[in-house]
Design a protein around this ligand. Structure first.
Ligand SMILES: CC[C@@H](C(=O)O)C(=O)SCCNC(=O)CCNC(=O)[C@H](O)C(C)(C)COP(=O)(O)OP(=O)(O)OC[C@H]1O[C@@H](n2cnc3c(N)ncnc32)[C@H](O)[C@@H]1OP(=O)(O)O
Length: 307
């Protein structure tokens, strides 16, 4: 089904002769469901917020903000996340995204109060489809994304980390797919993405053992792309904070013109998600959007030497 949606989107893209936007638009979602009906249901569980800060640098910071509940996702936060992803999909100057939690911890999954209230299978499935679609769109943003894990990323919070291209952890932080302990499996797409990231044997161990993954193990199995230094607050500036360290880390990939960085993400995304034949067509289309573009002409005029 995912493939069908992607293929559909790509057909549109190649007909236009150019990349037509994110692979998965709202009109070609993975699941067909009444988004408005779910949105309304989720609005009944308020609390917290999802904050988006788009910066001049082209790197946005998305903060899961519900610290009194260890940044658990209330219903309104699920709705806000979808809205913020929509805003990022149309951010032409965007290059990167850092996803983090407020108050020194990442996210403890769904708000258990909401989960208890919608524990019937029908509502659970609807919430699952809503979050799967949102997180799929998050991963498919034409931005280079990184989850900054401080404190704990549990359950749905662990799943959220897999919806980013990269993960960074601070010392002492934990990623844990606690689903088995809750009598569940991931439903926000976290299992499928985890297999892509660490391979099926490691994914099986992490899910079946509900393993607490610290930075060292995480690096070993390829779940994490970097371990930051223990955050320190220096006198009068924020250079030692985890967020600043994450901004430094991501800058090596986001330096350059936005259309070029976005094009890089698009070709990698199509290579990851599409059969080779279709990925090659997409690569050609994306190439066409940057060939002869301002960054390309400027580079040619400067007679570069890549020493
Ligand atoms: C599994 C699938 C999935 C889904 O598909 O929906 C989910 O995500 S279900 C949720 C999975 N997450 C959990 O089960 C987390 C349970 N909580 C904990 O394990 C601990 O609270 C903690 C996160 C390890 C933090 O422990 P600690 O540092 O000791 O703090 P407290 O326990 O005192 O927590 C502070 C405060 O936060 C509330 N809290 C934490 N997580 C949640 C949550 N997911 N939903 C609602 N509330 C949460 C906790 O109850 C405390 O509140 P007060 O008791 O009112 O102070």
């Amino acid at each position: 089904m995912v493939l069908c949606a992607v293929r559909k989107q790509l057909l549109v893209s190649s007909r236009c002769g150019a990349w037509a936007g994110p692979l998965l638009r709202k009109s070609s979602r993975i699941h067909d469901f009444n988004q408005e009906e779910i949105r309304e249901k989720l609005q009944a569980f308020p609390g917290g917020s999802i904050d988006l800060l788009k910066q001049e640098s082209g790197v946005a910071v998305l903060t899961v903000n519900n610290p009194s509940r260890m940044n658990a996702f209330s219903g309104t936060m699920m709705v806000e996340l979808e809205e913020k992803v929509s805003q990022l999909e149309s951010w032409t100057g965007g290059k990167g995204l850092i996803v983090r939690g407020a108050g020194g911890t990442f996210c403890s999954g769904s708000d258990l109060n909401a989960v208890r209230a919608i524990s019937n299978p029908q509502d659970g499935m609807k919430m699952c489809m809503f979050m799967q679609n949102t997180l799929t769109r998050l991963l498919r943003l034409p931005l280079i994304s990184v989850a900054l894990v401080e404190g704990r990323a549990l359950g749905g919070g662990a799943e959220l980390t897999t919806a980013c291209d990269f993960r960074l952890m601070v010392p002492g932080s934990i990623i844990q797919f606690v689903h088995k302990h809750m009598g569940l499996v991931p439903g926000w797409g976290g299992a499928a993405r985890l297999v892509h990231i660490v391979g099926s044997p490691s994914a099986l161990k992490l899910l079946a053992g509900a393993v607490k993954v610290g930075p060292e193990l995480s690096l070993q199995i390829g779940l994490t792309d970097g371990v930051l230094e223990a955050p320190q607050q220096h006198k009068g500036d924020d250079t030692g904070t985890a967020l600043r360290q994450a901004e430094d880390w991501i800058s090596r990939y986001t330096t350059g013109a936005a259309p070029v960085i976005q094009a890089v993400k698009k070709v990698v995304l199509s290579g990851r998600e599409l059969p080779l034949y279709e990925a090659l067509r997409t690569e050609k289309d994306v190439f066409g959007t940057v060939w002869g573009g301002p960054a390309n002409l400027q580079a040619l005029a400067s007679k570069p030497k890549h020493k």
